[in-house]
Design a protein around this ligand. Sequence first.
Ligand code: NAP
Length: 276
Amino acid sequence: MKKLFGVIGDPIAHSMSPAMHNDLFELYGIHAVYLPFHVSKGNLEAAVKGLKALGVSGFNVTIPHKTEIIPHLDKVDPLARAIGAVNTVKNENGLLVGYNTDGPGFVKGLEYLAADLGSRSALIIGAGGASRAIYFAMAQSGIGKIDLYNRTDEKAKELVSSCPYEVESKVIDKETAEKSLADYQLVIQTTSIGMVPDTESLPLLPENLKQNTIVSDIIYNPLQTKFLKEAAKRGAAVQNGVGMFVFQGALAFEIWTGIFPDIERMEANVLRNLGG
Ligand code: NAP
């Protein structure tokens, strides 16, 4: 019998995950199907129970359910528990176990760009859900210094103080962040600023970005935000949000099947979907 995988969220129609995972099942000869399931907020508990009753092998979780799903799972891995968000669930002998591959996926994507991440200092712009997953996974992976700038200062302070992994961190204001951009080897943009349709907006003035800094923007629509274009003009190495999306999917696929999949193929699949 075919194994069942899927993704639950609202909205879900434009999810790129079904095409990416179904292609991998075909590539590796796995008899399985991955489907999108539109689940509204009020139906989450019933949907999780239904998927369990159907014997689902695993599923992804996207907006707006990443936090709310936690009490409906049988077990949650410690990193996902600390982050407070689950994006991947595996059926382990009848028990639904939750993981977070967003943060570790981002870190793995970064490792493809640069070795010795541990010795680098980072600035994260933003303190929303994606930032939290990235900050915790970076801290867990041993990056020693991660400063944070967010429009709403208190959210950044709360994020830093709730991290269980040891890391040197300062919450800085916009002016300080703009002035000190050259002090960081990694600059990670996690806000929604610059996303379609607001493509001319910048989260920070980029003037002080220097050559060879790694600048990552987790937005993938557009593929190159204005912030990334400005960084590239100044000689920075740039990475867009396709990397994070592909690597979170690759780690989910590995959790479900034990196979770490072909990243280039996944990336090509996503770019086709984005029309890039
Ligand atoms: P979120 O939890 O709503 O957080 C939004 C963040 O953006 C907050 O830091 C917020 O600041 C900031 N922000 C929004 N509008 C702003 C504005 N006008 N001026 C200044 N700051 C502003 O959202 P999220 O889930 O973290 O997602 C953030 C972005 O990441 C989205 O564009 C999303 O598409 C992208 N993302 C990409 C991936 C991937 O796989 N590549 C995965 C997840 C998310 P305040 O705290 O001050 O409100």
